[in-house]
Design a protein around this ligand. Sequence first.
Ligand code: IPE
Ligand code: IPE
Ligand code: MG
Length: 259
Amino acid sequence: MSRASDKSDQAAPSAPENSGGPKHVAVIMDGNGRWAKARGMPRTLGHRAGVNALKRTVEAAPQFGLECLTVFGFSTENWRRPVAEVSELMGLVKLYVQTDLDRLAREGVRVRILGRRDGLPPDIQEIVERAEAKTAHNSNFLLQVAFNYGSRGDIVDAARKFAIQVRDGKADPADLDEAMFGSLLCTAKGPPVDLVIRTSGERRISNFLLWEAAYAEFVFQNVLWPDYGPEALSEAIEEFRRRERRFGGLDAHDVLAAG
Ligand code: IPE
Ligand code: IPE
Ligand code: MG
């Protein structure tokens, strides 16, 4: 999904009307392992506490005027972790869906899973499909869970899809623009990303939403993910409100001064 719907790649993205707060917040939920280590506990308990933080945050998000929350749950690079930790993380998706899907569905939340599905174990594929199908008609709030997601991989997949369309005579390379390319990404159906939050004090993007965050604001918070909740989210949103988004243009004051 691209903020630019312009036909030309050269045209600047236009600034949306300023309603103040972010509508779409994306979160790199980091620090579960360190949270557990600080308590002398195994990392797996940090991940379990992380699920509770996710529940608190999802519940609070609409109260802050958010329409969409995208969370990074498992990266394509996270397969490098020990098998036991990977299987714990897979198990937690199952647990989250089993315990929360009915409530999410009742509250009008639409759930969408981002990432390479065919790389997931069959039982997890079945569970994510169930979560999507059960909430497909909801429109109060969109929860996107990036799971087995990597932004470079998603961009490569989009390029491959376009190449196949060209090969099959269904697309012309001359027609490719940012909007069309964005529509081939797995994030295409979500709104533009306004704010990316990363917890735990790390300041890197770790292959998350490289295309989509082109004009997002970034807020880095020191809180470890298992301690996250409405208060920390509120602080990040306040920080966002203090930012001035120019999208390559000038702020209103400078436009006036420039005459
Ligand atoms: C985030 O916490 C959860 C995932 C990446 C799945 P970490 O597990 O990365 O925690 P730290 O960074 O080791 O503290
Ligand atoms: C990014 O966190 C992935 C998720 C939060 C799911 P990592 O902890 O895996 O990232 P690095 O390894 O510190 O960059
Ligand atoms: Mg980490």
